[in-house]
Ligand binder design. Structure first.
Ligand code: FAD
Length: 288
């Protein structure tokens, strides 16, 4: 099913994100972990993609397995930063053959390791979106950044670029993680004012251990509210307590989102079944 059909129905949606293995020897472990998450019957699941293309075939096979063997709709992520048009066309063909209808079209990160080697067949995700549209009937989504993309000079420019991506054919947008819902509400106001009307999926990252915070901030540049910092100060050295507190914080964010009319929530569950299961249990009556 196309993701836009799921997220525009009146029922609140709850979806989970998983990642594929980096190497073939980890495939079975990842397959098992993602199947356990799929058994929770989320609204859909998304499968990430290694920016260098290293895990492209695993993204397709993990997504296909979830869809065919667990009956859960999937989105396959696809990045273009270091791919030629021919590479991308082969990947689109593989997605089509696997029966995957939904793609999250991404540029991928420019890192110190890849910045000198990048091929620029596609400079921005909007160019990938344009190309995907020419190669099949996919439902295409893109990323958006309530706290602006780290390379952008200001939010106005970032939103103008986001509008270009939507105009190229992006049918929904999934947000970068954020830890203060007011940042999302403010962003929504601004993008709607800029004429971006596609549905937004709010991305929530449950932080279940103290080390994750540093990585999350480095990756996203997200603002960490004092309320969350206090929780890490108090429970960071107790793994069980931190896990419980992190899941409770994410649950609180999710309930507030639904209560304020954001109907689509995507949890960055990172192959952790207990995270997905506990969040789903905490809001079971709300998403009924
Ligand atoms: P773009 O939309 O191309 O934007 C990148 C930058 O370029 C922004 O600053 C934007 O404002 C600017 N820009 C865009 N168009 C123009 C233009 N026409 N002129 C000038 N400037 C422009 N990475 C992975 O490697 N694998 C994944 O699976 C993955 N999944 C993700 C899922 C989500 C929900 C999110 C939020 C991010 C994900 N990422 C993933 C990370 C993503 O690849 C990076 O954030 C990357 O740096 C930007 O990707 P993008 O698609 O948003 O880029």
């Amino acid at each position: 099913m196309k993701i836009t059909e799921i997220i525009t129905s009146n029922k609140p949606s709850l979806s989970f994100e998983v990642f594929p293995p980096k190497t073939s020897d980890a495939f079975d472990t990842v397959k098992e972990a993602t199947e356990k998450i799929a058994m929770l019957k989320p609204s859909f699941m998304s499968v990430t993609y290694g920016a260098g293309g290293g895990t492209s075939e695993y993204t397709v096979s993990v997504a296909k397995n979830i869809k065919d063997n667990c009956g859960v709709d999937t989105i396959a992520h696809l990045t273009c930063i270091n791919s030629s048009k021919d590479d991308i066309h082969l990947r689109l063909e593989a997605l089509k053959n696997a029966g995957i209808e939904n793609i999250l079209a991404l540029r991928g990160d420019i890192t110190p390791e890849n910045k000198d080697k990048i091929k620029f067949d596609y400079r921005y995700a909007s160019e990938l979106v344009t190309d995907i549209k020419k190669h099949g009937d996919f439902c295409i989504g893109g990323a958006c950044y309530p706290e602006i993309h780290p390379e952008s000079v200001n939010q106005r420019e970032d939103i103008l670029n986001l509008k270009r991506k939507v105009d190229a054919g992006c049918e929904f947008l999934t947000t970068q993680m954020f830890f203060d819902n007011n940042l999302l509400y403010n962003f929504l106001y601004k993008i709607r004012e800029a004429g971006i009307t596609v549905p937004i999926i709010a991305g929530i990252m449950p932080i279940t251990n103290a080390n994750q915070i540093e990585r999350a901030i480095k990756l996203s540049g997200s603002y960490i509210p004092q309320r969350f910092k206090s929780l890490v100060d108090r429970y960071g050295s107790n793994p069980q307590a931190m896990s419980q507190a992190g899941i409770a914080y994410a649950t609180d964010q999710i309930i507030d989102l639904y209560a304020n009319g954001i109907n689509a929530v995507h949890v960055y569950s990172m192959n952790k079944e207990y995270v997905a299961r506990n969040i789903q249990k905490n809001i079971s009556e709300i998403i009924k």
